[in-house]
Design a protein around this ligand. Sequence first.
Ligand SMILES: *[C@@H]1O[C@H](CO)[C@@H](O)[C@H](O)[C@H]1NC(C)=O
Ligand SMILES: *[C@@H]1O[C@H](CO)[C@@H](O)[C@H](O)[C@H]1NC(C)=O
Ligand SMILES: *[C@@H]1O[C@H](CO)[C@@H](O)[C@H](O)[C@H]1NC(C)=O
Ligand SMILES: *[C@@H]1O[C@H](CO)[C@@H](O)[C@H](O)[C@H]1NC(C)=O
Ligand SMILES: *[C@@H]1O[C@H](CO)[C@@H](O)[C@H](O)[C@H]1NC(C)=O
Length: 947
Amino acid sequence: MLVNYISIAFFAYLVLISASKAQSGPTKSGAEALLKWKESIGNNSILSSWVYPDNGNFSSSNPCKWSGIACNNAGDITEINLAFTGLQGTLEHLDLSSFPQLLRLDLRENQLTGAIPLDIGTLTKLQLLDLSTNNLTGSLPLSLANLSQVIEIDFSRNMITGELDPWLFPNGTSVTNTGLVSLKRLLLQDTYLSGHIPIEIGNSKNLVLIALDRSFFLGPIPQSLGNLSELTILRLNDNQFSGQIPPNIGTLSKLIDIRLFINQLSGSVPREIGNLSSLVTLHLAENNFTGHLPQQVCQGGKLVNFSASYNNFSGPIPASLRNCTTLYRVRLEYNQLTGNLDQDFGVYPSLTYIDLGYNRLHGNLSPQWGQCRNLTLLRVSGNMIGGEIPNEIVQLNQLGVLDLSSNQLSGEIPAQIGKLSKLTSLSLRGNKLSGHVPSEIGVLSNLGYLDLSLNMLSGPIPDQIGNCLKLRFLSLSKNGLNGTIPYQIGNLVGLQTVLDLSHNSLSGEISPQIGKLINLENLNLSHNNLSGSIPNSLGDMVSLLAIDLSCNDLEGPLPDSKDFSLFPPKSFANNKDLCGDLQGLRPCNTPISTTKNGDQSRMVIIVTTSTVGSLLFILVVVGIIVLYKRRYQWNVQEDEQEVPLQRENLFSFLNFDGKIVYDDIINATEDFNDVYCIGVGGSSRVYKAKLPSGQVVAVKKMNSTTEGMEIDEVRSFVNELATLEEIRHRNIVKLYGFCSHERHKFLVYEFMERGSLADILSNEKEAKELDWDKRAKVVKGVANSLLYLHHDCVPPIIHRDISSKNVLLNSELEARVSDFGIARFLKPNSSNWTTIAGTYGYIAPELSYTMEVTEKCDVYSFGVLALEVLMGSHPGTLISNLTSLVDQKIQLKDVLDPRLSPPTTQKIADELTSIVNLALWCLHADPQSRPTMHVASELLQMQAGDD
Ligand SMILES: *[C@@H]1O[C@H](CO)[C@@H](O)[C@H](O)[C@H]1NC(C)=O
Ligand SMILES: *[C@@H]1O[C@H](CO)[C@@H](O)[C@H](O)[C@H]1NC(C)=O
Ligand SMILES: *[C@@H]1O[C@H](CO)[C@@H](O)[C@H](O)[C@H]1NC(C)=O
Ligand SMILES: *[C@@H]1O[C@H](CO)[C@@H](O)[C@H](O)[C@H]1NC(C)=O
Ligand SMILES: *[C@@H]1O[C@H](CO)[C@@H](O)[C@H](O)[C@H]1NC(C)=O
């Protein structure tokens, strides 16, 4: 940092010297400066009038007539305006000291890159500085403080912040702009860089507008802004500003427009903001504010746009909102505001959008809302609103979204609901509405989303619903609807996400027309009284991902579609007599009595298809950890009885080609004969098993035969895992299933032909086969799997044992991470494990003094592994000798595996260099300073990206 300041000071000194020399003929030197800049930025057609006069005499080609340039009477350049001209290039060679009389510099909406010139402060007369909407980078120059006359500063929509460390990018690396932007964002999250507003900005007393929105600023909002008594517009939204709003902002009586949304500001909002009598726009949304909203926010009677959503505001709705008739758009959702919906709000003729969802409002929905004629969205979901829905609501003929869900509304749905002809989304879910579903609903031809579930509606589903052709989502579940399902529902071919009619009293047969819903992904007709057979046409619903027909009176065969046999048996459970090729159902050609229960009582085995495989994989491993933890306790309580039946139910919901393969595995391994053993671990042995189908799987048999997984405990894991929607990744070994038998406990997973990375690297012939390109891919594969575990899983998962033994390779030499034996879920509140786990040589140093396991421990192990892949062996002492990354310049050739010949192309050499640099970064002794896997994989991606 110090170095930066010194260089800035030095630069400013140079600028001063050159300015003092340029006294003769300001316009001439201005013109020359412009031409020099033009030369530096290449061909921009807008600048075609900027030419050297043939005779070298500027008066014949007066630069004051050049496009974008204006002068005063004395011939001094006072304005450079090249806004919206598609200008490309940098400002690097624009010598600003040549324009001492400049009043306006307007370069907005171009494609300028590079930094803001450090000598911007020499423009001491400048009034307008607009560089918005470019791709400028770097930080704000401190010399801005010298712009004592400036009225408007707009740097918004740029990428202004600090610079990236060049050592991350080896020589010759070209990085795409979008890659750079996303990397910067990531780095910013990790606070590697900073871009603060200089405090000195408070010196520019004439400032009327400051716009720094949508950039990469962080740190506090300087208190000195409170000195800018002329300020009317303050736009700081979409940055990373933190801390509190300086209270003296509330004294800036001319403020009209304050936008602070999407930052990390906290604390309470100064009450004084309510004193700003000119306020038209106040955006506070998406911060971390607490306390009350400024009660007088509309005291001036001018407030038009007001947002405070997604904060932790509590206390009452501001009293001044009641007669704030100017309101146009209001967003207060997701706070803990209290108040009364009919008393704290009034009539707002201009209001188009109001979202009060998920607060603590009570009261009724007053008929007055019907007078807010311009409303397009009205959302009060997730409050405690009672009473009935007033009929006046149907007067809102502009309304597109009406969301009253999760309240206490009772009474009927207004019969004239069809008048809301622009309605696209209607949610009344989770109230106490009764009566019928009005047939007028069928008039709502724009309706895409209809949720009336969880009410007390009765009567039939109106046929007219089949006219709502734009419906994508339809749920009427959990009501008391009866009658048959109208066949017209089959007309709703746009239905895509959900058709849910479950938990009603619907009867009769399922209409074959339902099969026309070929875009539908989720069909739920469970918990009704539907009878007859399942129409074969349902087999045509090619988009179905889930179906639930359970708890009805259905009988007969399942549709003879292959996809149908892949649904879990519980989708069809509790019916009269369904049959089919699915576990839990009787085969259609056998009578009911002879279901095959015999085998099942002997064992519990599940072999899954790959989709759910990894989920189960982790489930099981976690289950096994529990088992081991429990073991000591169970040993004491020898009399503990087994809980076989429940566990069976718990785990027997998945199948594998409809077959149970326990016996196959016992046969294939000749009851775990050592001949088939391909690996031995601390608590397990791994066998290779060739199933009769020809498929080869790896079977990891646990040494223990102890019983005693506690069902409750396992179940809570199941629930936890259920939230990890679809955990699967191409760089994570697939689990097919597991067995928890009295005699054997084993996992069945994908067989990896080439064994572990450790094995390959230790074998000269195989190590040579793993060439540089493949090694780079292995590193990327492991990075991707960790990226997935750390950032895509909720809660994140820490592997805790990344090592070359736990990275397996398939026949293509692609990496898959395995052995989640000690993986744990990273939950904010859970206490961390107190034992060191992992493999010696890969364990992050901080674990020797703190027991806190974080993702950064995996990052460290990844760094070791990445070096090991390039070096061909564990880096060993190289790591302990690392003192400081930046000083320590490791030569690529010193670390490359000597068994391979050096890389032949520059591209691969660059790639390897960047892997080494990244690995060194990952090995940083301070966990905070290591990159996240997000940053790591982004860096690797960039290398792969530019061919
Ligand atoms: C500026 O950045 C935007 C968004 O990242 C990108 O689309 C555009 O191509 C960039 N322009 C230049 C000149 O780099
Ligand atoms: C980068 O390239 C320049 C010139 O090509 C060379 O002088 C410099 O040493 C290189 N730096 C590194 C780190 O390889
Ligand atoms: C928001 O504030 C709470 C406590 O006031 C704090 O725990 C939390 O980390 C903050 N969140 C962010 C994103 O700053
Ligand atoms: C709102 O009502 C209060 C008192 O009832 C009044 O003082 C204020 O001027 C009104 N504001 C507007 C904008 O009408
Ligand atoms: C309502 O909206 C219409 C059309 O957008 C507009 O012309 C009219 O002025 C608005 N009414 C009020 C009171 O703002």
